[in-house]
Design a binder for this molecule. Structure first.
Ligand SMILES: [Zn+2]
Length: 410
């Protein structure tokens, strides 16, 4: 009797947990048959292919029947692509990561969150406790006034509360993040656009200061992502050796040429600037709407020039995937096509190009044997109709089915 009661208590507890966290999906081997598989490197489509997924990896892609004893999903000619990559997220809770996953995103790069929620969530994904997306982590945004929660979690860095304004303190802010196991360091090179009392053109850190941050991050092989709207702050960050410029609204040709020369990536997060100009979404503030209306054409012009110059461009959402968020990676790719990308180039920005920026191009961003089993199925040929990325019918992350709406599509 006593044992039975204990079992009941455990059962009730796990039901309570299941209500808050996504249930672990099956990791049993899977075969996807009758798939039109998009090769994101050359834009060729392998028709009627069979993809076998085992132990979280892609085991094989080819013709022929599914191996016996493996669960089969018949795609009936739907198009299969690598899972999408969001290079700029502020997702920090289970519901948010689930929204990202259900939008087709199987890998995100954090652009700053509190409480190392990115590190925690990624550990749960890696240990198979929850379905993806995988998170490339960044911890706390390094800026003159760090988020105060950082010091609740780690009071040993309380000397940074008075401001991260000297090179020594900048190095310590990087060390604080690295000590919590982050993969990247996020810095503020210009002020923010999404708050009414800051000026996004205004430079925050000098080239020498950013170089110190880049060097400190490099002690643990962590690349640096720099928030930069204004041109001077962005150029300082590029020359200091950051790996990506986030936003890039006011970039000059000179800065874009320097990025091209060094291979610095541009992550324009265009869709979130549209959100500034619209009602609803993550931003619904009149002062930001006025700002967004003059930023949007500038950013568009920057993306068009960067694309023509050959600067590598990636997709990032810059949303926390909250319940009111209007920003998705499928939309960002669609906007890239409106700005002159071919549909293949837009798909590459969301997959293999993004994987290269993350230095994960040997394991994600393409559908190849040995790669992580991260993939999505969509209704139409995305090389002809990019908007189909906005409506994934099947999402698989690390071999786990995160979303399956195939039945509704038939
Ligand atoms: Zn952001």
């Amino acid at each position: 009797m006593r044992r039975l009661r204990l079992v009941l208590v455990i059962a009730c507890t796990s039901v309570g947990l299941a209500a808050q966290t996504p249930a672990p999906a099956s990791t049993a081997p899977l075969a996807l048959v009758n798939a039109n598989v998009v090769n994101v490197r050359d834009g060729k489509i392998a028709a009627n292919a069979t993809i076998v997924l085992r132990n979280g990896r892609i085991e094989s892609i080819g013709g022929g029947a599914a191996p016996s004893g493996v669960k089969v999903i018949d795609l009936k000619g739907k198009y299969v692509l690598p899972g999408l990559i969001d290079a700029h997220t502020h997702a920090d809770n289970f519901a948010a990561f689930r929204r990202a996953l259900e939008s087709g995103v199987t890998t995100v790069r954090s652009a700053g969150v509190s409480n190392y929620a990115d590190v925690g969530f990624n550990t749960l994904v890696k240990n198979g406790v929850v379905a993806g997306p995988n998170v490339v982590t960044a911890g706390y945004h390094v800026r003159p006034q760090m988020a105060p929660e950082a010091f609740l979690g780690d009071p040993s860095y309380a000397d940074l509360m008075s401001g991260v304004t000297t090179i020594e303190k900048m190095r310590r802010a990087v060390q604080m993040n690295l000590s919590h196991g982050v993969d990247w360091i996020k810095i503020l090179a210009t002020e923010r656009a999404g708050t009414a009392d800051t000026d996004p053109r205004k430079q925050v850190y000098t080239e020498d200061e950013i170089r110190a941050i880049v060097q400190e991050a490099a002690t643990r092989n962590a690349p640096v992502e720099a928030h930069a709207h204004g041109d001077e702050g962005a150029m300082a960050a590029v020359k200091a050796g950051v790996r990506s410029i986030e936003h890039g609204t006011y970039l000059s040709d000179a800065t874009l040429q320097e990025m091209k020369r060094r291979g610095t990536y541009l992550d324009p997060t265009y869709t979130t600037v549209i959100d500034l100009t619209d009602s609803g979404g993550d931003y619904d503030v009149p002062a930001l709407r006025i700002r967004g209306e003059h930023m949007l054409p500038r950013l568009r012009d920057t993306v068009v020039r960067a694309h023509k110059l050959g600067v590598p461009i990636v997709t990032g959402g810059d949303t926390g995937y909250g319940p009111n968020s209007l920003t998705r990676i499928g939309q960002e790719a669609t906007h890239f096509v409106e700005m002159g990308f071919t549909q293949l180039e837009a798909i590459q920005s969301a997959t293999i190009r993004n994987a290269e920026m993350l230095k994960l191009e040997k394991s994600i961003g393409a559908i190849e044997a040995g790669f992580e089993a991260d993939l999505i199925a969509v209704e139409r040929n995305p090389l002809e109709q990019i908007t189909t990325l906005q409506d994934p019918l099947l999402v698989i992350s690390n071999g786990r089915v995160g979303l399956d709406r195939l039945n509704f599509a038939r």
